[in-house]
Design a protein around this ligand. Structure first.
Ligand SMILES: Nc1ncnc2c1ncn2[C@@H]1O[C@H](COP(=O)(O)OP(=O)(O)OP(=O)(O)O)[C@@H](O)[C@H]1O
Length: 659
């Protein structure tokens, strides 16, 4: 008996003890896997000379009331002994480590976990207490059986020729037969229901209707017998029952249908079964092209982010079919990186079958399709943003970071396409706003888009400089993602369209407004009078600032007076291209240590009583005290900015000394 890998074991435990109410989806999972296996074989047969498929590729369902079993069979690619071990002994997901972590504090919340990960084959154990998989890989003479009760582990053994299920026994047969031994039926868990033609038929219609291969079942039918010639007047029609293999799904590729002919619930089921997703998509987009290049496309914007979206294992791409044959499961060239979350299918008879990875880039047909795909996604997102803001905010929460990366990694060249899809937290409105909305609410004379960057929205909103800006009537976008500031640097400015005036508003010309970090040293918020006061204080206290800058050494590039600090005694700002937040982000990156640093400036509030203390210490020639004050002000300003301080122990000592 072999043991399951640890993470598989956890998942299995969840399945076995599942309180998940939607257990019937196990059938969808098994049929999807069967259909994938048929896809693989059909692809091989078209691309490799020595692979030939005889007969119809199909999925078969059967049930046995007495034995209390259901079976799902396919004549697809099958699995070798090693593949059975690898594929069914370990969960397929690369995120298993993450699974373990996230799972540790979610005891009992299996619904979430099932929803988040999709568990494929293992979902059988929600309804079965024993599962037997007999598989014969294409081209192999022998078949192997994998068997497990989910708890103790699993066995794999060769199946003797005379023990083979009928579907796998003929010369050159191939495929997989999965038999579920159903758990006993209980009040809560009616497993008996699956032992009926009617129920299985209903489940196929509901979940697997658009699977491209026939899903067949031997069904009981009855027909009227011919009336005997010598039948008398009192003859009553006679019937006989017989069995017939019936295809129970519709099979039409759903992406070839006009969207007006398909119900959303069918798209949803198709999406879930094809992409192994557990929630309905947020949006469905279907479109068709005819002419020199014809194709059908069906795209989905997911409602949940896959758990590995931001990991290097995540593969973007659309499924690429040519005349109904899957040639690539994830054709990356059909999607730009910033729309990597989109799932879907493109089917074109004009794309050649032997298209290889290398030639995809050079293929002008694919490029044309990719351009249209991008446009469609874009307009779908715009429509969501304008017509269903709540859904869009959820979308943005899941995938917005990728859009920002799109601008950043294109060095800003994608900004004109993507800028209006972005959302930011407005400190004034206390909600997410677009840049357009920000621009429309800009104060008279405001010529910049102000933002504050840090890792915590709450703290950003409490920063004195943010309050000052708000008091001046300038809204501030509170940015908490690492990429934000880097993106702004590449975007530089946002183009504001002209607004026509009317009787109430005077209208504005088109213009470009720059992005400015409110913490940047040259923020021009003070009134002329305040500036004058600050200048005078600077002039008068030159020596004081020089002394403080000397004491702080290379921690700061200068110390000066700032005009507008509200009720804060001091703050840290930065000069030059690297802001404090960017420094923090860079420190966490791969070049930490070598990354450029922000040039820090200690700004003092000349109107604050503390400033008087500094001047007094200087006048009294008390150098030690001045250094102590300087250190404390510097460190507390860092804390307010959410930055770490170099030496907390020393800071604590200095505060105590002061007290
Ligand atoms: N009927 C089948 N024929 C051939 N291989 C199969 C069959 N069923 C499952 N497999 C193999 O077992 C693997 C694991 O299946 P499982 O359903 O657990 O995960 P998956 O289909 O890869 O992904 P998901 O968890 O998203 O459903 C599959 O990737 C496939 O390689």
């Amino acid at each position: 008996m072999k043991q399951f890998k640890t993470e598989s074991k956890k998942l299995l435990d969840l399945m076995i003890n599942s309180i998940y109410t939607n257990k019937e989806i196990f059938l969808r999972e098994l049929i999807s896997n069967a259909s994938d296996a048929l896809d693989k074989l059909s692809f091989e047969s078209l691309t490799q000379k020595d692979v030939n498929v005889e007969g119809e590729l199909a999925v078969r369902l059967a049930f046995d009331k007495d034995a209390r079993t259901i079976s799902v069979s396919d004549n697809g690619i099958g699995m070798t002994e090693a593949e059975l071990d690898k594929n069914l002994g370990t969960i397929a997901h690369s995120g298993s480590e993450q699974f373990k972590e996230e799972n540790s504090d979610h005891q009992g919340e299996d619904v979430d976990i099932i929803g988040q990960f999709g568990v494929g084959f293992y979902s059988s154990f929600m309804v079965a207490d024993k599962v037997r998989v007999v598989s014969r890989a294409y081209g192999e003479d022998v078949a192997h059986a994998w068997e497990s009760d989910g708890v103790k582990g699993y066995t794999i053994e060769e199946v003797a020729a005379d023990q083979l299920p009928e579907d796998l026994s003929g010369e050159g047969a191939h495929g997989t037969v999965i038999t579920l031994y159903l758990r006993p039926s209980t009040d809560e868990d009616d497993t008996d229901q699956y032992l009926s033609e009617w129920k299985l038929r209903e489940l196929v219609k509901q979940y697997s209707n658009y699977v491209r291969y026939p899903v067949q079942m031997m069904v009981q039918k009855s027909r009227e017998l011919p009336k005997p010639e010598d039948a008398g007047d009192d003859y009553k029609p006679q019937y006989e029952s017989y069995e017939e293999l019936e295809t129970i799904n519709s099979m039409t590729p759903i992406w070839k249908k006009r969207s007006s002919d398909v119900e959303q619930k069918d798209y949803n089921e198709f999406y879930k079964s094809t992409f192994h997703e557990w929630s309905d998509p947020a949006r469905t987009v279907s479109f068709h092209a005819e002419g020199a290049l014809s194709y059908d496309a069906l795209l989905f914007i997911p409602s949940e982010a896959p758990f590995d979206l931001y990991s290097k294992d995540y593969e973007k791409g659309l499924a690429l079919y040519t005349s109904n044959v899957l040639i690539q499961e994830r054709c990356a060239d059909l999607l730009p990186d910033y729309y990597n979350f989109v799932r879907g299918i493109v089917d074109s008879p004009d794309v050649t079958l032997n298209i290889s990875r290398e030639t995809l880039q050079q293929n002008s047909q694919l490029r044309a399709i990719a351009r249209r795909v991008e446009k469609k996604i874009h307009s779908e997102l715009e429509s969501m943003r304008d017509n269903d803001r709540e859904a869009y905010e959820k979308f943005f929460d899941n995938f917005g970071r990728g859009l920002k990366f799109g601008i950043y990694s294109s060095y800003g060249s994608k900004a004109s396409d993507l800028a209006d899809l972005l959302l930011f937290w407005s400190a004034r409105k206390q909600k997410m706003v677009t840049l357009k909305e920000y621009a429309a609410a800009m104060a008279d004379g405001q010529d910049k888009v102000y933002y504050a960057a840090g890792d915590d929205r709450e703290r950003l909103s409490k920063m004195p400089i943010v309050k000052t800006a708000l008091d001046h009537g300038y809204d501030v976008l509170l940015c908490t993602q690492d990429v934000d500031e880097f993106m702004f640097q590449f975007m530089r400015s946002y183009h504001v369209d002209a607004v026509a005036g009317d009787s109430e508003n005077k209208g504005t010309d088109a213009r470009d407004v720059e992005f400015a970090n409110v913490s940047a040293a040259d923020l021009d918020l003070a009134t002329d009078e305040e500036k004058k006061e600050a200048e005078e204080a600077s002039e008068k206290n030159k020596d004081l600032f020089e002394q403080m800058a000397k004491d702080l050494g290379d921690k700061v590039s200068s110390v000066k007076v700032a005009a507008q600090l509200g009720d804060a005694p001091a703050r840290i700002s930065s000069e030059g291209p690297v802001s404090l937040e960017m420094e923090r982000v860079l420190e966490q990156g791969p070049d930490a240590g070598k990354a450029p640093k922000a040039q820090r400036v200690l700004e003092l509030n000349a109107a604050h009583p503390v400033f008087g203390k500094l001047v007094a210490a200087k006048d009294a020639g008390d150098e030690n005290r001045l250094k102590l004050y300087g250190d404390i002000l510097y460190n507390q300003a860092l804390l307010v900015e959410g930055m770490p301080i170099d030496d907390p122990v020393e800071f604590a000592r200095e505060v105590s000394e002061l007290m």
